[in-house]
Write a protein that binds this ligand. Sequence first.
Ligand SMILES: NC(=O)c1ccc[n+]([C@@H]2O[C@H](COP(=O)([O-])OP(=O)(O)OC[C@H]3O[C@@H](n4cnc5c(N)ncnc54)[C@H](O)[C@@H]3O)[C@@H](O)[C@H]2O)c1
Length: 441
Amino acid sequence: MQTAPKVVGTLEALKEKIESKTARVGIVGLGYVGLPLAAEFAKAGFTVTGIDVQDSKVAGLNRGESHIQDVPSSEVAKLVREKRFTATTDFSVVHDLDTINICVPTPLRKTKDPDMSFIVSAVEAVAKHFHPGLLVILESTTYPGTTDELLLPTFEKLGYKAGTDFFLCFSPERVDPGNPTYQTYNTPKVVGGVTPACTEMGRLFFSQALQTVIPVAGTRVAEMVKLLENTFRMINIGLANEMALMCDGMGINVWEVIDAAATKPFGFMPFYPGPGLGGHCIPIDPFYLSWKTKQSGIEARFIDLAGYINGNMPHFVVDKVQTALNNHGKPVKGSRVHVAGAAYKRNIDDMRESPALDIILLLKKRGAIISYSDPFVPELRLDGTSLYSEPLLESAARADCVVIVTDHSDFDYKGLLDSAKLIVDTRNAMKRFQSEKIVRL
Ligand SMILES: NC(=O)c1ccc[n+]([C@@H]2O[C@H](COP(=O)([O-])OP(=O)(O)OC[C@H]3O[C@@H](n4cnc5c(N)ncnc54)[C@H](O)[C@@H]3O)[C@@H](O)[C@H]2O)c1
């Protein structure tokens, strides 16, 4: 252990800086989570430095160009002009910062084990330029124990003590890209520190820019909160998907069943089936939990089962397309299938883990000729080739079958009904139409 310089009055000094908004805020990782957070603190009156490893993102931001749909370029340009926000790839700026929020990716390895490499590399880079009085908050979704087991020893090895010399918290991110009602500032923020003083510092920090802050007993509780939220969604979507399979077998409209059940004013919350899970959270985060619990001998059986059911949905959709074509006297091989919507959910441009990718690949394997439309995704790279978004109605008219994978609001569904020969609807986007052309999930 190194011997750190004696730190006097760190807690009071940092509190004073946060309350007077003179604390210099650093955000590591400027993606879907980090950039909206940086913008929120800059708008609240702080001077914010964003740190990212991608030169192109950093250069774009410094030119006032946003790469995140929820943060308009006009907003970034204004914050850059007013010197409230700047971006860099150089971690040495940590020397001059008072707070650091780490918002780097936490993907899974092929084996479904957590890939902690982004967190490790960000934490090591921060540690190189660490100084007393720093508040560090991890926001990346991860398994319970990460903050205590990975971040705390890295910083304490430098000779500083958490809760007095520096402050360390975990705060789960709840950003919901494209949500028109809940954005970063009005989504309640949970925070837990490694000591009560850390929790209090985290609470004080977030409450300067965000509407509601919920302090919890520690970092493990805060880490587990996020995993409960996302596991809850994943399992309930798995149940809705299994319901869809059962209803399909019995000739029952699952959408009608769910809508009717949702009229119960208590004890029921609707979840809907779909073509499969997508995004950087729901298909991934629960496996961080199952990986960790396995180490204590506990099998996360709900997670495994929901993962299996959700993972099979693209296959089920492709079977539906094939059956629908066959019922119209066409083999899938050589048929033109147009995919309406490629992003993993409505009205956003995020392609990460999108089920559209699996569906396209599976259809191609069966010999279908694929085109797609997505107003948010102009180009798709798949298997080393590129597909380009086409106008929906013209392509639908040429296709033997249209499969609605993402129900973007901008699509002309009435026009689609008129121009398409056959529609497999995985989102109930054609709910208001009755037609023999429509095959629902
Ligand atoms: N996207 C969401 O809707 C969402 C919601 C809640 C939680 N999360 C979680 O938040 C975390 C970040 O997700 P995201 O969607 O913002 O990811 P993202 O890929 O959009 O952004 C991450 C950014 O971090 C940068 N980065 C990678 N390694 C770095 C390093 N060592 N130092 C600095 N920058 C680095 C990348 O270049 C990228 O710009 C993940 O753990 C994710 O699970 C995401």
